[in-house]
Design a protein around this ligand. Structure first.
Ligand code: PSU
Ligand code: MN
Length: 301
């Protein structure tokens, strides 16, 4: 499979400069238009302003690209026919010349293959509620178990089964580091109610853990769990009530399978007058900024 790495990203990596990988499913399938492109463009700007190089990753006409150009990002973000590409979909996308947004799983694999060590995302996939009977668990977890990269996320969305996701991360030996916290973040809120064992206080401390992992030859990803800024989180009580109501509505309307996530996210967005979407964007900004700082700390070794 031929992967195209942009000249800018290739040169930065060769010179040991900081590079931060970004996924594309967030703007092909995760965020509504036209905000999706604004968010994707702003993420790259945040990384550049911090002195690092962004590498947005996606697939165009069957070519996996590491370091999409602005017009390529726009094409993916505006085209209705683009698909969602997880790791198992990559070979099909290449052979059949499809275009699409790459999930955390596919992005991590492509980023690591290109030599990128740090990857910022909004929401990591996880274990869905009801997975004990549906087996619905994101391929993100399994891909990260064998892809030694650092993923920065604000935990997983509360529509998932957060406790089960943490158990699976443990089983898969994916280290979880809280950034200045020992509470696993709840995406929309700073605390999911689940505790984690390890935390780091600075980007340099996160970089030190990564170096130790690599020196030990441990082949799994690590997750740097970065809570949304205090001022930006959803009101905790509102979050609890809206989530409960969304789950009850899905149950009552018989929503199942792949329809569940879009249904719940849409429900929560409407119930919060769009504020859940604002929080989603804030979460992403924070993770992108922290990614640039950790990549810089790593490059400064
Ligand atoms: N969570 C979000 N927004 C997203 C996703 C997850 O809050 O856009 C995307 C990410 O790309 C993630 C993917 O990797 O969904 C997981 O999908 P699945 O559960 O189908 O593996
Ligand atoms: Mn699934």
């Amino acid at each position: 499979m031929s992967v195209a790495v942009s000249d800018e990203v290739r040169t930065a990596l060769a010179e040991g400069r900081p590079v931060v990988a970004l996924e594309s499913t967030i703007f092909t399938h995760g965020l509504p238009r036209p905000r999706n492109l604004k968010v994707a463009t702003e993420a790259e700007a945040i990384i550049r302003d911090a002195g690092a190089v962004p590498a947005t990753i996606g697939v165009l006409d069957g070519v996996p690209r590491v370091g999409l150009a602005p017009d390529e990002i726009a094409r993916l973000g505006e085209d209705d026919t683009v698909v969602k590409i997880s790791e198992r979909d990559l070979p099909v996308a290449v052979a059949q010349r499809l275009s699409g947004g790459t999930t955390v799983a596919a992005t991590a694999v492509l980023a690591h293959g290109a030599g990128i060590a740090v990857f910022s995302t909004g929401g990591l996939g996880g274990v869905h509620r009801g997975a004990a009977t549906t087996f619905d668990e994101s391929a993100d977890l399994v891909a990260l178990a064998r892809t030694p990269i650092l993923v920065i996320s604000a935990g997983v969305k509360s529509i998932l089964d957060v406790g089960a996701t943490l158990e699976r991360l443990e089983t898969l030996s994916i280290g979880v580091l809280g950034y200045r916290t020992t509470a696993f973040p709840g995406f929309y809120v700073r605390d999911s109610g689940h505790a984690i064992s390890h935390s780091v206080q600075t980007p340099e401390e996160a970089a030190a853990v990564l170096r130790a992992r690599d020196a030990l030859g441990i082949p799994a990803a690590m997750l740097l769990a970065n809570p949304v800024a205090e001022a930006a989180q959803l009101d905790v009580e509102e979050h609890r009530a809206v989530l409960a109501a969304a789950l009850a509505a899905a149950e009552e309307q018989g929503i199942t399978g792949n329809d569940t996530t879009p249904f719940l996210l849409d429900w929560i967005q409407r119930a919060t007058d769009g504020r859940s979407l604002d929080v989603n964007v804030e979460v992403y900004r924070g993770n992108v900024a922290l990614g640039a700082a950790v990549a810089t700390a790593l490059a400064g070794a």
